[in-house]
Design a protein around this ligand. Structure first.
Ligand SMILES: [Zn+2]
Length: 234
C-alpha cells in the first residue's frame, strides 16, 4: 500500500453515497455507515485527505473529511471510480467549482464542470495539528505563546486542498504575516530567506518538527516559494 496524490480530490454527498453503496455491494473492506452519510449536508463537498493505492487489487483506500471538527472515515473504491472523482477549486468569492477530468463516474445528466455554491468542508483541526507537530513554537523564532501561534498553510489550501501537517508550518503572528506577504521565504531545504530589513529570524533554517513524518514537504515549500516570487514580480 503506498500513498498517492489526492490534492483537491473530493466527494459530493451523492457521489459519496454511490461509492459507499458500491463498496457494500462489492464487499470491500472499508465501508461507511449509511445513516451517517444520509445525515451529511446535501450541499457539502467532502475532501479526501489521504489516498493509498492497494497494489494488485486495483483498489484505492481514501480517508475523507466529513466536518470542520475533523471527523474522518475510510472508504475503499476502485481505481477507476477514484480517478473520475472531481477536484474542488475554491474561487476568490468562496464558491467551489468541481472539475471532472473525464466521464462522470455515475450516469446522470449533470455537466462535467459544476459551478455551484457549495461549501468545502475544511479541517479546522489543521492548525492544532501543526502547532502540536512543531512543539508549540514558531519555526522562525523563540515564541511559544500559543495565543500568538498559527498553523499556517505552506501552499494555500484553496489552491491544493492539502490539509496535511506536511503542508503546514507553525508561525507566530509576525512571521505568519511576513511569510504571507513574501517578506520572508523558505527554500525547499528549509533555509530562511529574508527580503525586508525590518524582519528578523532567530534561525538560519526553520525549526523542524521532532517527528520526521511531520516535516514540511519540500515540494509544497518549492510551490510556495514560486508563488511568493511571482507575487513579488507582479
Ligand atoms: Zn516567529
Amino acid at each position: 500500500m503506498h500513498r498517492i496524490k489526492s490534492a483537491g480530490k473530493c466527494f459530493t454527498k451523492k457521489e459519496l453515497i454511490y461509492a459507499n453503496n458500491a463498496a457494500i455491494s462489492e464487499d470491500r473492506n472499508r465501508q461507511l455507515n449509511e445513516d451517517y452519510l444520509d445525515s451529511l449536508p446535501d450541499d457539502g463537498v467532502f475532501p479526501i485527505c489521504l489516498a493509498f493505492d492497494e497494489h494488485n487489487r486495483g483498489e484505492i483506500r481514501v480517508q475523507i473529511i466529513f466536518d470542520e471538527a475533523g471527523t474522518t472515515g475510510f472508504l475503499d473504491l476502485t481505481k477507476n471510480r477514484y480517478n473520475l472523482l472531481p477536484t474542488a477549486i475554491v474561487n476568490k468569492d468562496g464558491r467551489v467549482e468541481l472539475k471532472y477530468t473525464g466521464k462522470k463516474p455515475y450516469p446522470d445528466d449533470r455537466p462535467y464542470v459544476e459551478k455551484v455554491s457549495r461549501k468545502l468542508v475544511r479541517d479546522s483541526s489543521f492548525s492544532k495539528r501543526v502547532l502540536t507537530a512543531y512543539g508549540n513554537q514558531c519555526a522562525m523564532c523563540e515564541i511559544t505563546d500559543t495565543s500568538l501561534l498559527v498553523g499556517a498553510h505552506i501552499y494555500p489550501a484553496h489552491l491544493c486542498g492539502d490539509d496535511t501537517v506536511n503542508n503546514g508550518i507553525c508561525l507566530c503572528s509576525n512571521h505568519d504575516k511576513a511569510y504571507e506577504r513574501g517578506l520572508i521565504c523558505v527554500n525547499p531545504d528549509g533555509e530562511i530567506i529574508i527580503y525586508s530589513k525590518s524582519i528578523e529570524s532567530s534561525f538560519l533554517r526553520i525549526r523542524l518538527p521532532r517527528d520526521k513524518k511531520d516535516h514540511p514537504s519540500p515540494e509544497r515549500l518549492r510551490q510556495r516559494l514560486e508563488l511568493s516570487i511571482s507575487k513579488r514580480r507582479s
